[in-house]
Design a binder for this molecule. Structure first.
Ligand code: CA
Length: 288
């Protein structure tokens, strides 16, 4: 099993030697910083599971170190300090410290807080993993729904009822747009990958836009949902993408639907994307 990594930020050598020796015996892997700046830099390069932080540091106040750290990291932080004022503790906890121990530090106390802090670390890790898995599951579910809807348009009412019940956020769809891309007309797998990348990741500069995809034979359907207040410039963005790819010798054929104002128009959008691709590549025609 990997050792638990602890970053100690403490300028007093006698205290840091004591803590280092104790934790080493207890099986922790420890890294030591003598000031705030060094501590902050090690917090990213060493990736500690727990941080022990002194408040009285030579170059900056420990509370400032904590505040900076919290702008990018959730790592559990235990304050070790000779300051005993209640206000200091409250400020530290307000800034996101997980625990506070007063100096002098004793072995049992140190073991106790480290165990607790590591518990917090594990909880956070499991929690973010669980959230990621849930998001992935939600995506799979929605993509399955879209494929079902495409293949069984006659079941539209029932399928839409299910998706809206499970994901109420779709009640707030501002508009939908479907793009169908023909894989067979792409010159290579790499070109194809690049096109998909450009039409999904690069287009979603907006936080209001979500894209889902599914395969229909050798074609890829991209379904864009706009949750924003204003219209998203689908045509302009796709054209721009196409121009950029053309200038890099990539090219693709896409059928694009009209922009519809509600989720109930999805089937119509699928049909439009289908026929746009079948009858001459909408985008090509529009450019001509
Ligand atoms: Ca100090």
């Amino acid at each position: 099993m990997n050792k638990i990594k602890v970053l100690l930020i403490e300028d007093d050598r006698s205290i840091s030697n004591f803590i280092t020796a104790t934790m080493d015996r207890e099986g922790y892997k420890i890294m030591h910083a003598l000031n705030g700046r060094e501590g902050l830099s090690l917090s990213t390069s060493f990736c500690p599971n727990v941080i022990l932080l002194d408040l009285g540091l030579p170059d900056m106040d420990g509370l400032d170190v904590l505040q900076k750290l919290r702008s990018w990291s959730d790592v559990p932080v235990i304050i070790i300090s000779a300051r005993t004022k209640e206000q200091e503790k409250v400020s530290a906890l307000d800034l996101g410290a997980d625990d506070y121990i007063e100096k002098p530090v004793t072995v049992p106390k140190l073991k106790e807080v480290l165990k607790k802090a590591y518990g917090i670390y594990c909880y956070q890790k499991n929690y973010s993993e669980m959230t990621r898995n849930l998001e992935k599951a939600e995506r799979v579910y929605i993509e399955k729904f879209l494929r079902d809807l495409y293949e069984h348009p006659q079941d539209e009412a029932e399928l839409l009822r299910q998706i809206l019940e499970k994901n109420p956020k779709f009640q707030n769809v501002h508009s939908v747009c479907v793009t169908k891309i023909c894989e067979a007309q792409c010159r290579s797998v790499d070109d194809y990958r690049e096109i998909i990348q450009a039409l999904t990741f690069e287009m979603i500069g907006s936080t209001y836009l979500e894209v889902f995809s599914f395969y229909e034979k050798e074609n890829l359907m991209l379904v864009y949902f706009n949750f924003g207040e204003t219209e998203f410039p689908f045509y302009e963005k796709i054209k721009e993408t196409k121009r950029n790819l053309n200038s890099e010798n990539g090219n693709f054929f896409a059928g694009i639907s009209r922009i519809h104002k509600e989720i109930y128009a999805l089937n119509k959008a699928f049909e439009e994307a289908d026929s746009a691709l079948r009858y001459g590549q909408y985008l090509e025609m529009e450019d001509a």
